[in-house]
Structure formats: C-alpha cells, structure tokens
Design a protein around this ligand. Structure first.
Ligand SMILES: [Zn+2]
Length: 357
C-alpha cells in the first residue's frame, strides 16, 4: 500500500510542471496590468488625494484620445514669462453671436478657444467648422451643460463622448481640453477625465461675470483690470453684450502689450514653479447669491433662444444651469480665496491698491 501511495504521489509531482505550464494562459487572461501611461498624480490643487481616487485614474485610457503629457490635470492660469493670454468663449456656437465674434477676431488676427456645448455643435456644424478653419481651438464643454459633479462615470463619459464625436464629425478635430459647466467637477472626476479622454481640465482666473451683468462696458473694464500674463479669460459668446464688448476689449488688451494664444498654446508655455497669484474678484456675498438666483430665473427665460429648443435634454439642463451657476463662482472663489464679508467693491479697491489700475 505504502509503495502504491508513494508511486501515485511521485506521478502527481512529476506532472506538476506540466499542469503549471498548461495553466499559464489562464493566468495571462487575468485583468490587464495597470495603464502604462503616466498615471496622473494628484494635482497641485489637491495634494491629499485618496488612494481610491488615484486607482480610478488608472482605468484604461480610451483609444483615439491623446495621452496626457504631464501630470498636471487642471489649470486656472499659466505661469508664463511673456505677456501671453488665452481668451475663451463658452456655451456656443450661437447662430448670430458666434459668427459676429469670429468676424471681429479675424479682423484683428486674434485666435481664441471655444468651449462648445455638444448639442449646439450638432445644431451648428458649419459654425464649428468655421471656428476651426479660422485657427481657433475647440474644446469640450459637455453635451447639455449640466452640473457634472454629481454624475456617474457612465453619464460623465456620455456627456463628453457625444460632444467629442459631434465636434469631430463637424470639424475633423479631436479635442484635447474640456471645461466643466460652472467649473464644477470633483478632483476625482478631473483625473478620471484626464485618464480616460486625455483632456486637460481648463478653468479660468479672469471672470467678468458677463452672463450676469449684460453690460459691455463692465465686461471690458473687468477684463482689462484683471488680466495678467498667463491669464485664462472666461466669457460667453452666446451673449450679445459680450460680443459687443470685444472690439474695445481686444484693442485695449493689445494696447497693453498682451498677445493672444489658444489655451493649448498657453499650456505649452506653462513653467513649473510656484503658481501665480490668481487675480480675480469673482466672489459673491450672501445677498449677491440671492440676487443671482433671482436673475437666473429671468435669465433662463430670456436666454431660451440661445440653446436648441427642440431637444428635451436642453430643457433638462436649464435647472442645472440655474442651480449651479454659483459653482462657477465657487470655483473662482477656490482659486482666489477672499476674506469673509468682502464685497466686489472691497476687492476692487484692494485691486486698485495692489495693482494701481
Ligand atoms: Zn458654460
């Protein structure tokens, strides 16, 4: 018996290498190894990223999207040596105001960056084509302009993907940047977007609140007083008053020595180092918040023509827009924290003292 048992055991062990050899392909089919692209590490804005967030960023990158070229994921401004700035126009294309803006930019040989809403790009593919043909950069601003911060991975992907495809189809351009509506996107989502779409997340440091104050002179003054080298200026080409403000604003910026580049060009000049102090006064007090909520109600009514009326998603996106416009401000607040109780006027005075403008 002992002999038989020993023999059997010997046989089993002699087959062991063969069994391991045969089983090897099974192990090879285990989940793919971690993405070999540089894993976006925590952005400078969030040095305390949780490991789970980093793990999320390692999910395989979609094919066809450019790889992130550095670990920095989101930008509010750039650290540049020359007086380069990037003008950005959000929420278009708009049937009348965008072509009018394009004429103004063309006359001055100025290139800008357009953060497009996917459903508008679908509606106005010829304008998207023209934006690209005239040397401007196009970027993703979601499909229906919702507040993405509460979105699941699946829904966030859908918002970006549909817009990406709409712009690609209209212009042949594969976009490389995105701006979340209202600047509202969690740190985890920002890195997920970067890992999955290759997008850099672009915020801003100059916000003239042109959606709120439909006053061209105010838009001009705000931009002129806050812009510095490396600035990313946020405006909206869907508003007539914003486009009306552009001729004088552009000429005055040029007069001050600023040079206009697209956001991607500005990013390529970004020098690592201490982030520049962001100079924005986009801070709201409690009373301003209430005032803004009131305005949003009237704004959505007067603004109905700016977005496609037919799509039901468009209707859905409006309450989100109203609810989270303050997020755009909240984001700006995050980049330039102000003392509690400071009003716009306080900040303006502080500005004048600090920068003598
Ligand atoms: Zn927007």
């Amino acid at each position: 018996m002992m002999c038989n048992y020993e023999l059997r055991m010997r046989r089993i062990f002699s087959f062991a290498p063969l069994i391991l050899f045969l089983a090897a392909p099974l192990f090879a089919q285990a989940p793919e190894p971690a993405n070999t692209n540089p894993v976006p590490v925590a952005d400078s804005e969030d040095p305390n990223a949780k490991p789970s967030e980093i793990a999320m960023a390692t999910s395989p990158r979609r094919e066809g999207f450019p790889a992130p070229s550095s670990s920095k994921v989101s930008y509010s401004s750039c650290n540049v040596e020359q007086p380069y700035i990037a003008l950005t126009f959000d929420d278009g294309p708009h049937a009348q105001n965008t072509p009018r803006l394009l004429d103004l930019l063309k006359e001055r040989k100025i290139r800008a960056t357009f953060f497009l809403i996917g459903q508008n790009a679908l509606e106005y593919p010829d304008i998207v084509k023209r934006i690209v043909a005239e040397g401007h950069e196009v970027a993703n601003h979601s499909f229906t302009h919702p507040n993405l911060v509460s979105f699941s991975e699946v829904n966030l992907r859908e918002q970006l993907e549909k817009t990406h495809q709409a712009v690609l189809k209209a212009s042949g351009v594969s976009m490389r940047l995105m701006r979340p509506p209202y600047g509202s996107l969690s740190e985890t989502q920002r890195r997920w977007v970067n890992a999955n779409f290759g997008y850099r997340v672009i915020l801003w440091d100059v916000d003239p609140l042109d959606w709120k104050f439909r006053d061209s002179e105010r838009v001009q003054n705000e931009i002129l007083s806050k812009t510095h080298a490396g600035s990313i200026i946020l405006t909206h080409d869907i508003h007539k008053t914003t486009v009306d403000a552009m001729p004088a604003t552009l000429d005055a910026l040029r007069e001050k020595g600023f040079k206009f580049v697209t956001v991607s060009e500005l990013l390529s000049m970004d020098k690592p180092g201490a982030p520049k102090e962001t100079k924005t006064t986009s801070v709201e007090t409690k009373s301003e918040k209430k005032e803004k909520e009131k305005e949003r109600d009237s704004e959505s009514a007067s603004n109905a023509g700016a977005r496609p009326k037919t799509a039901s998603v468009s209707e859905k996106s409006k309450p989100a827009e109203k609810a989270s416009d303050s997020k755009e401000v909240a984001e700006a607040k995050k980049t330039a924290p102000a003392k509690k109780g400071e009003t716009q006027e306080d900040l303006k005075q502080k500005w004048l003292r600090l920068f003598g403008r």
